[in-house]
Design a binder for this molecule. Structure first.
Ligand SMILES: [Zn+2]
Length: 132
């Protein structure tokens, strides 16, 4: 990001804040389609791997371990939306981080510049006017 004025940065950060407030239910992780055995002994899937049943799971990392939650077929679309929503929130938060960081940096830069200008000004002024 190039150097933007503080008001532009603030506008952009406020836009992210508003977008964050218009959220819905969200969940971290990925929705993954898997194949699994149903567990019934007389089902074809017990013998034939290609006859395994399609199922959806929500996978996520918890303390470096992969957590897997089975998602019922009639919830797949809904959970997919939750996953998308969490990605949107994460993206907005990352953008907010970048903007906030830039606001902090530009503020530090601005106050240093003011300090430098004051010092330069003081050095060029005659002693008598410095006291006034
Ligand atoms: Zn089966």
């Amino acid at each position: 990001m190039q150097n933007l004025s503080k008001s532009v940065l603030k506008q952009r950060a406020d836009a992210r804040r508003r977008a964050l407030s218009k959220g819905s239910i969200s969940v971290s992780g990925s929705l993954v389609r898997t194949l699994r055995r149903c567990g019934r002994e007389n089902c074809r899937c017990a013998q034939d791997p290609s006859a395994r049943h399609s199922a959806h799971v929500l996978t996520s990392k918890v303390k470096k371990k992969t957590k897997v939650v089975y998602v019922p077929v009639d919830m797949v679309k809904e959970v997919g939306n939750w996953v998308q929503e969490r990605r949107r929130i994460k993206r907005l938060l990352a953008e907010m981080d970048a903007l906030a960081e830039q606001m902090i940096r530009s503020h530090v830069g601005a106050s240093r510049a003011v300090g430098r200008n004051r010092a330069r000004l003081a050095a060029t002024l005659p002693t008598s006017s410095r006291q006034a």
